[in-house]
Structures are given as structure tokens and as C-alpha cells.
Ligand binder design. Structure first.
Ligand code: SAH
Length: 372
């Protein structure tokens, strides 16, 4: 599946150094390689927003670039700030479609009370085709894939708008990253290029609903990012109801693909598990989950279910409820007793529909939103 935007003009952003070289040489001929390298650095390391800023380049080249290539940007359409400091950004793309990105401060504070970790949650598609019954983005269906530039620009725009140093990135916003495989890989290669000093691969997590072929391919890309599997159920019967993609790719296949990811990369695996009352929150579920997690060095991220009533879910989606606090604690205790490394994901931004699975552009503006 590679639904690309129809028309967006010529951009250099999103291209790697080699592609920049090819693009400018096919327009102007005979530009030396070190010039392409300078442009690459201006675009990504120095986050240039215009060619006139690229003062190392000869004026003639700057003018040529300006005439032939657009400088990409995302338009901020709206921004909401949560009581817990989470900020949700609604960006408008060149074709008028919209996506969301979320900046989440961690609860860890330094001596001055500032949050030490700022995690950016990026979108990879406009909407999502996968129809997971608990996820608000599913209600949008898939509009299109994001380009590599649009993925990278979420990082640059959030950094510019907030003035914050982003310390961690999660590919957990709208969309299924592995269904936009090529652009996701491109964006990862640029964001993690050591020469650009943007962010280290170890600080990035890509989350997938579970596409075994793509997971195995991803393992061999040598990018070094963490991979998280949205598991959410320990039986195929329940998982297929919650995540229809499981019908084509059952749990056994997924776990085998995750085994390969660990075997090839040596990077511990993350399993994500939302707790739904009465469905997947029993001790037996916890023990089955522990058995799966123990196959490889891993951690399990236990996630409270964030309500998605605002999307008017039907069928099983309408019957999902968060598990009680008591059950949540008990479930984690069983996992720990079984030797699992458990992390509890906070519900940062839930009050502004910016928490996991709540991105659907459907409830704006929010009462405590700040209009821009
Ligand atoms: N498509 C990818 C990434 C986007 S979802 C994936 O499926 O992993 C990011 C995470 O949020 C996933 O673990 C997803 O299952 C979880 N999520 C989706 N809806 C949620 C909800 N309503 N409450 C809590 N977590 C949710």
C-alpha cells in the first residue's frame, strides 16, 4: 500500500544526501558533492527554513534552489495544552488534510521542577486503515500516507514551536508505521543520522499493530530503534475481535517475527497491552502474556484504556471499558511475579484527547485549548 499525496511540488526535505545530490544535479547539472552535503546539513542539522539562510552556498545556487524547490513546512492549525503539560498539535498538510502530533513531558523532574524527558509522538499516516476497535484514529479510515518530509517536519515544527529539546520519539500517533514502510524508514534514517545529531536511534520507538513480513524486513534495516508490538490480547479469538488484522496475521506469526527482530538487532522488545475490563485482565491473561514476553529480553507496557466515546464506536468498540484500578495493580503484580519487566504507561494528555489511541481530530477546539 503506497498511497502518496497527489501533488506537492518539488521538495528537498525528506531526501537523503545522495537523493539531494541527484535532484539538484538533474535540475542544474554539475554541482559538486560537497554542496549537496552542505544543503543536507542546512536542511536537517540546522533546520533551515529558507534557502537564503544557507549562507555557505553561492548566491546563484541559493537563487536556483529557491526557484526550483520548495522549503517544506507544516501549518499549525491548532494547539491544545493539557493540565499535565502534554501539548497536542494539529497540523495542516499542503493538501489541507490534518494530522496530530503530541509532546509529552515525563513525570521525572529535575531540581528546577522542569520535566527531564520530552517525548514526541509522531503520526505516520492521515488516519489508519486497520480498524482496531479501541482506537479513535480508526474512525477516520486511511486518507493517505505521510511523506518522509511530513514525518520529519512534525519533529522540527514541534521543536520550533515549543523551543524544547525533544529527548525521545515514539512513532505512535495516527497510522500504522509499517504500512507506510518506505517513508518511515527514510524518516528514521535521517532523524538518526549521527552526522546530523538530531536524535539517537536508541531514543526512538516504532509501534506496530503487527505485520510479520514488515517486522522481519525492519529487523534487517540496521537502524537500531526499538520496536513495540501492540499485543493487547493473549488469544487469537479475542485479538481478532479487537484488531481485525490479527485474522490475517495471528499471534504465533507475530511472536515469531518479534523473535527475529530481537535475534537480528539484539534490541529488547516492547509489548503494549491495554487493559479492558473483563476481557483481557485476568490472572490467566497475565500469565499467558508473561510467557510470551519471556521468549526474548523485553518489557511489557501496560496501558490504561482511554475512552473513545467521542467517535461513537459500534459493536465491540462500544463495550470496551477500562479495567478498575484494583485490577490494574493486580495484573501488574502477576506479571512482575512471573519475572516480567513491567512499565505502566501514563495517560498523559487524556483530558485533551491526546493520549494513546485518542487521535482523531474529532473534538476540537477543547475547552482548555489555547487557540493560535
Ligand atoms: N498503529 C500503531 C501505532 C499507533 S497506536 C500500533 O498499533 O501500534 C499507538 C499505541 O496506542 C498502540 O499500542 C495502540 O494500541 C494504543 N492505543 C490505541 N488506542 C488506544 C486507546 N483507546 N487507549 C489506550 N491505548 C490505545
Amino acid at each position: 500500500m503506497n498511497r502518496s499525496p497527489k501533488k506537492q511540488g518539488n521538495y528537498l526535505l525528506g531526501l537523503n544526501q545522495f537523493e539531494i545530490h541527484t535532484a539538484i544535479n538533474s535540475e542544474f547539472g554539475d554541482i559538486p558533492a560537497y554542496r549537496s552535503k552542505q544543503i543536507y546539513n542546512w536542511l536537517y542539522a540546522r533546520r533551515a527554513q529558507s534557502y537564503s539562510e544557507m549562507t555557505q552556498l553561492p548566491a546563484v545556487l541559493r537563487n536556483q534552489l529557491d526557484r526550483n524547490f520548495k522549503v517544506g513546512s507544516l501549518k499549525l492549525a491548532h494547539q491544545s495544552v493539557s493540565e499535565d503539560g502534554t501539548i497536542k498539535f494539529l497540523f495542516e498538510l499542503f493538501d489541507g488534510l490534518q494530522i496530530e502530533s503530541v509532546l509529552i513531558p515525563s513525570e521525572m523532574r529535575d531540581a528546577a521542577g522542569e520535566s527531564r524527558r520530552k517525548t514526541l509522538c509522531l503520526s505516520t499516516q492521515v488516519g489508519c486503515p486497520l480498524d482496531c476497535k479501541f482506537c479513535a484514529t480508526a474512525s477516520m479510515k486511511l486518507k493517505r500516507n505521510l511523506t518522509a518530509a511530513e514525518i520529519i517536519l512534525q519533529y522540527f515544527e514541534v521543536e520550533r514551536l515549543t523551543g524544547e529539546k525533544i529527548t525521545n520519539v515514539v512513532y505512535m500517533g495516527m497510522g500504522e508505521p509499517l504500512l507506510n514502510y518506505d517513508n518511515v524508514i527514510k524518516s528514521l534514517r535521517i532523524l538518526t543520522d549521527p552526522e546530523l545529531e538530531i536524535i539517537g536511534a536508541k531514543r526512538i520507538t516504532v509501534s506496530t499493530s503487527g505485520l510479520p513480513e514488515e517486522i522481519k524486513k525492519f529487523a534487517h534495516e540496521k537502524i537500531g530503534v526499538k520496536l513495540a508490538l501492540s499485543l493487547h490480547a493473549t488469544t487469537d479469538e479475542l485479538r481478532s475481535k479487537l484488531m481485525p488484522i490479527n485474522i490475517a496475521h495471528p499471534i504465533k506469526e507475530l511472536l515469531a517475527a518479534m523473535d527475529e527482530y530481537y535475534k537480528v538487532t539484539g534490541i529488547p522488545i516492547t509489548y503494549e497491552y491495554i487493559l479492558f475490563e473483563g476481557l483481557n485482565d485476568s490472572d490467566a491473561d497475565a500469565r499467558r502474556l508473561a510467557k510470551m514476553a519471556r521468549r526474548n529480553p523485553s518489557k511489557v507496557n501496560v496501558i490504561p484504556f482511554h475512552k473513545i466515546d467521542f467517535t461513537n464506536p459500534k459493536g465491540i468498540g462500544a463495550e470496551l471499558h477500562p479495567t478498575s484500578n484494583e485490577n490494574f495493580i493486580r495484573f501488574n503484580e502477576v506479571l512482575k511475579k512471573e519475572g516480567v519487566h513491567v512499565m505502566v504507561r501514563s495517560s498523559s494528555g487524556e483530558d485533551i484527547e491526546a493520549a494513546c489511541g485518542q487521535l482523531a481530530l474529532s473534538k476540537l477546539p477543547h475547552p482548555i485549548a489555547i487557540e493560535v
